[in-house]
Design a protein around this ligand. Structure first.
Ligand SMILES: NC(=O)c1ccc[n+]([C@@H]2O[C@H](COP(=O)([O-])OP(=O)(O)OC[C@H]3O[C@@H](n4cnc5c(N)ncnc54)[C@H](OP(=O)(O)O)[C@@H]3O)[C@@H](O)[C@H]2O)c1
Length: 322
């Protein structure tokens, strides 16, 4: 009994020490400036996207925060301007769960912007607990995390090409390795829905998309890479209580513990920032990153046949001509 208690305490200390002193310490140290450059970040009103917006605004970029809620977006813009000391931060409305909204956003960008140097596909969600659909009838996670960004990137490609060298940064997740391949026979999770598995499919779709896009962008100076930001304490855990269905005091204790050991949003934004600005990555494309470094990913994620299949299906679903 005493032995196992000591073991548990030591294990808890090792886990705490690892997360506090090793895992959380990621910091991109490059001092690159982005004066005269334009960056779009989806889902920049909170979490990783907001922290990336602050950093890139500090570096002199014009930062376009693409958000779906006007009130949350406006509050975030105020904060981003104040914290970064830059006034060159604008809010534009984008709901990735609506193809109409994505098309309107792209139209507005072409009408207002001369250039686009970095597109950061960051917005995403894990949930809700019960299957839900977007305005176009897609399962919400595959719809927002993958299909909305698929259409957005395609529509903005001409501007990225006009502004090259330019970059596309895709915020995926390490959870894409949890599934053995895309669920092509049930892409909308109608037969089977579980939050974590459906999320993993949507994040695998992010990686397959970025590899396939990099092949299609060969010969241009537009690069695309995807990444895992780490496990980060953000509003991505907003469905946490609904999912666990535990008494509220346990939820509170768990949230407190998670906040103590997980990365904060600023730390979670470091690999995003690195992929957006690092000069040494100017011509690196078609890679998956963790901790600002290239990581080997799963066999499923590097399957070219599945990547092409997903591309063709996505094109049809969002009504893009081949
Ligand atoms: N946190 C982690 O541990 C972790 C780990 C691996 C990968 N990631 C990925 O990192 C990215 C950022 O997540 P986060 O942790 O910063 O989460 P977050 O704090 O919940 O931020 C997500 C952002 O996405 C936006 N969003 C959600 N649905 C949208 C829609 N339909 N249209 C436009 N924007 C929408 C949210 O806007 P609202 O506030 O209006 O909902 C919010 O701004 C996500 O792609 C996530 O999958 C996170």
């Amino acid at each position: 009994m005493i032995k196992s208690s000591i073991f548990m305490i030591v294990l808890a200390m090792i886990i705490y020490g690892y997360f506090t002193f090793i895992y959380g310490r990621l910091e991109y140290e490059g001092s690159e400036r982005l004066d005269g450059k334009t960056v779009i970040i989806t889902g920049a009103n909170t979490g990783i996207g907001k922290e990336a917006a602050i950093d890139l605004a500090r570096r002199g970029a014009r930062v376009i925060c693409a958000c779906r809620s006007k009130s949350r977006g406006e509050a975030a813009i105020e904060d981003i301007k104040k914290t970064s000391g830059s006034n060159n931060v604008v809010l534009m409305m984008l709901d990735l769960g609506s193809l109409k909204s994505v098309r309107q956003f792209a139209k507005d960008i072409y009408a207002k912007e001369e250039r686009l140097d970095v597109l950061i596909n960051n917005a995403g969600l894990v949930g809700p607990v019960y299957r839900d659909t977007t305005k176009d009838g897609f399962e919400r996670m595959i719809g927002v995390n993958h299909l909305g960004h698929f259409l957005l990137t395609d529509l903005l490609l001409d501007l990225l090409k006009k502004s090259q060298p330019s970059r596309i940064v895709v915020v995926s997740s390490g959870s894409h390795t949890m599934v053995p391949g895309m669920n092509f026979d049930d892409l909308m999770s109608e037969k089977s829905y579980s939050v974590l598995t459906t999320y993993a499919y949507s994040k695998l779709a992010n990686v397959l998309f970025s590899f396939e896009m990099s092949r299609r962008l060969k010969g241009t100076s537009v690069t695309i890479n995807s990444l895992h930001p780490g496990v980060v304490m953000t509003e991505v855990f907003r469905y946490f209580e609904d999912y666990l269905q535990l008494p509220s005091f346990i939820n509170k204790a768990l949230r407190w513990m998670l906040s103590a050991v997980l990365r904060d949003a600023r730390q979670g934004a470091q690999t995003v920032i690195c992929l957006a600005v690092d000069k040494s990555l100017q011509s690196v494309s078609g890679q998956f990153f963790e901790e600002c470094e290239i990581y080997e990913t799963s066999e499923a994620a590097t399957n070219e046949t599945e990547a092409k299949m997903l591309w063709d299906i996505s094109q049809k679903l969002v009504n893009l001509s081949p």
